[in-house]
Design a protein around this ligand. Structure first.
Ligand code: AMP
Length: 143
């Protein structure tokens, strides 16, 4: 499963091509960050590379990985400023048995609020788009 070929029809590839909607936080020619539609907490964001066609962490060229991790740090900082969480997790799943459900390399940034339990990974109802957009606006304002 860690040797799976990259499938250009995965959901995140469609979001990159504009074929599926996403509530975007940040975009340039290499990086896209957007709100997770099944958030585990308020402000749960995803960060992906737009041109590196990597399924998982082992596939990605190190220059692209560096661009990704730099973006993760920048978005996490904006989440801290914009949403004032008490902490955050950076999570990244490799292979379906490990919990990966979308086979385009991505990093989760999951804000933690003291006293508030996290939703389960890949569970629950999709979030309201207007609510996601309101949070994304706060994060974007802090970038
Ligand atoms: P993983 O399970 O690590 O592969 O993460 C995939 C993540 O993508 C999950 O947290 C899903 O909630 C999220 N997700 C799936 N489809 C979409 C979508 N169309 N827009 C935004 N997030 C999505």
């Amino acid at each position: 499963m860690l040797n799976a070929a990259y499938d250009c029809e995965n959901i995140f590839a469609k979001i990159i091509r504009g074929e599926m909607p996403a509530v975007k936080i940040y975009e340039d020619d290499k990086i896209l960050s957007f709100m997770d539609v099944f958030p585990q907490s308020d402000g749960h964001a995803l960060v992906i590379h737009k041109t590196a066609q990597a399924v998982n962490l082992l596939d990605v060229e190190q220059g692209a990985l560096s661009e990704l991790t730099t973006a993760v740090q920048n978005i996490a900082g904006a989440i801290k400023t914009g949403l004032n969480p008490d902490g955050f997790r950076v999570v990244q799943f490799n292979g379906a048995p490990a919990g990966q459900t979308v086979f385009h390399l991505h990093f989760h940034i999951i804000p933690i609020y003291e006293g508030k339990s996290l939703g389960r990974h890949g569970d629950g109802a999709p979030a309201d788009t207007d609510a996601l957009e309101a949070m994304a606006a706060k994060i974007r304002a802090a970038l």
